[in-house]
Design a protein around this ligand. Structure first.
Ligand SMILES: Cc1ncc(COP(=O)(O)O)c(C=O)c1O
Length: 488
């Protein structure tokens, strides 16, 4: 795990209205640099980088010396130095305060933590194109609350126990109806397993298929949330390059993999749809190899252009596809509710190997979602959201067209809740930094490549699910002002 910083600042409300802080710098007695100097440098940096804001009350010399177990002299010398340089201010009968600055000190480039170049106080970010957020404005909160209250009210007592290990039957029934209608997947509640997120599904698949020390193929670039789990489960990753119509089946055929993870409805993060001919070739590969295809249909509901293409699972005649679904995009990520459709042989394996495993998703949440689906609200919600995301998506594209013109190229513009922009004449880290200085936060998709390279730093990723139309407009126009003017 990476450590963001070895220091910590706790903010406490002081009795006199100011914010009182407890500072926890990492001071080392065995360094040649004296302790007062270490403390001085640390506080100075905290102020310069905005973590200690003007108007913050500092702990008294006595408090800090007791708290850090260092002499009062050490604290006093550090404070005096900071006062003489204008970082701190001593106010009689009040205490020592972080001084108001004429010019804000914060410059993203001055941060000594290259792992976190996008750090900025959240109050200064006006538009955040973070991927993963969903629209909350049109979310049917009243109906959802009612479902939560109703399941608790109607309950005889079972709801408050552990629940069914495979997941609540009523929910599995609703999911199987939904999959048939919306994704053409024929399944039964008996084949569905409820999980607490896609990563939990992947970890379980690794154990069911005994994938430790085996090669698992996945798209490159691909979803790093899944790649991390595969690696942690001891799998060897075979990165499969992408072609215009999705993963290179030829490359997969040449590999030693017997299992492949794919996002065929909306490749993550590029956004292309796996062509029907490739779907058929992929299935043929699985049949010939006795292999498995792990189909992640994470946002298949939100397709805005072109013909809907049947899911791989709906085309699978020999039970070689494990279908993964999630409520994170079509409902709320916070319900932590996902599911998989397992081929019957794997379901048998599951019931043998995992008989002692309890279900990790709350039965209350599961039953409430089942009720939400039974009442028809879920379908309405999806329809409403599809329209709303389509509107946002179109608006985003037109803003990009209007403000950025040919200075960028849009990648993957047919579906989902994010797009990629290929940049010209500027790299992603440069644009991220410039964007931040104007209050717009955008992200590099570099982590989705197994081996990021110079090509990967020419993309940025824009998630738009949680943004309003006006935020999209503002964000894109500000971002456009950061792009270089290109000569023809
Ligand atoms: C490719 C992909 N699959 C699945 C998910 C959803 O994961 P979860 O079900 O854990 O929320 C995401 C979310 O960002 C994703 O990008």
């Amino acid at each position: 795990m990476s450590i963001r910083k070895v220091t910590e600042i706790k903010n406490l409300k002081g009795t006199d209205g100011g914010i009182k802080v407890e500072l926890t710098p990492f001071l080392q007695k065995d360094l040649p640099e004296p302790l007062y100097s270490q403390l001085y440098h640390w506080i100075k940096r905290e102020i310069e980088e905005g973590r200690l804001q003007p108007g913050t009350k500092m702990p008294s010399i006595r408090q800090l010396s007791i708290y850090l177990k260092i002499s009062r002299n050490t604290v006093e010398t550090a404070y005096q130095q900071l006062q003489s340089e204008g970082y701190l201010e001593s106010v009689p009968k009040s205490g020592i305060w972080v001084a108001e600055m004429e010019e804000p000190f914060f410059h993203p480039t001055s941060i000594e933590q290259p792992m976190f170049p996008e750090w900025i106080p959240s109050s200064e970010v006006h538009v955040d194109f973070e991927y993963g957020n969903v629209d909350l404005e049109k979310f049917p909160l009243k109906n959802w609350k009612k479902c939560l209250a109703d399941v608790v009210d109607q309950e005889s007592g079972l709801l408050f126990q552990y629940g069914e290990k495979q997941g609540e039957y009523t929910l599995r029934q609703e999911i199987s109806n939904y999959l048939l209608q919306s994704r053409g997947v024929r399944t039964t509640p008996e084949q569905i397993l409820i999980t607490a997120g896609t990563q939990a599904s992947i970890a379980l698949i690794c154990q069911l298929l005994v994938l430790r020390e085996r090669t698992v193929a996945m798209e490159d670039p691909g979803y790093n949330g899944v790649r991390s789990v595969l690696i942690d489960q001891g799998c060897l990753i075979e990165p499969v390059p992408l072609e215009r119509d999705g993963l290179s089946v030829g490359h997969l055929q040449q590999s030693r993999a017997k299992a492949v993870y794919v996002t065929p409805s909306h490749q993550f993060p590029y956004g292309m749809v796996l062509s029907i001919s490739k779907r058929m070739r992929l299935l043929k590969w699985a049949y010939q190899m006795d292999g498995y295809i792990i189909e992640d249909d994470y946002d298949g509901e939100f397709r805005y252009r072109g013909q809907p293409i049947p899911s791989l699972k709906s085309l699978d005649e020999k039970e070689r596809v494990i279908y993964l679904g999630t409520f994170s995009k079509c409902f709320l990520p916070s319900v932590r509710l996902s599911f998989m459709v397992l081929p019957p042989s794997l379901m048998v394996q599951y019931s043998l190997n995992f008989a002692n495993y309890n279900q990790s998703v709350s039965p209350i949440i599961q039953r409430a979602i089942a009720l939400f689906m039974q009442s028809g609200e879920f379908e309405k919600h999806i329809r409403r959201m599809r329209k709303m995301y389509q509107r946002k998506h179109q608006f985003l594209l037109s803003c990009i067209h209007q403000h950025m013109g040919t200075r960028v190229e849009v990648v993957g513009e047919k579906s989902g809740l994010h797009i990629l922009l290929k940049l010209k004449g500027i790299t992603a880290p440069e644009l991220i930094e410039l964007g931040l200085s104007k209050g717009v936060k955008v992200y590099s998709p570099a982590q989705f490549w197994l081996h990021p390279n110079s090509e990967t730093s020419s993309y940025i990723m824009l998630g738009f699910g949680g943004l309003s139309i006006s935020e999209i407009e503002k964000g894109i126009s500000l971002l456009a002002s950061c792009l270089p003017v290109l000569e023809d």
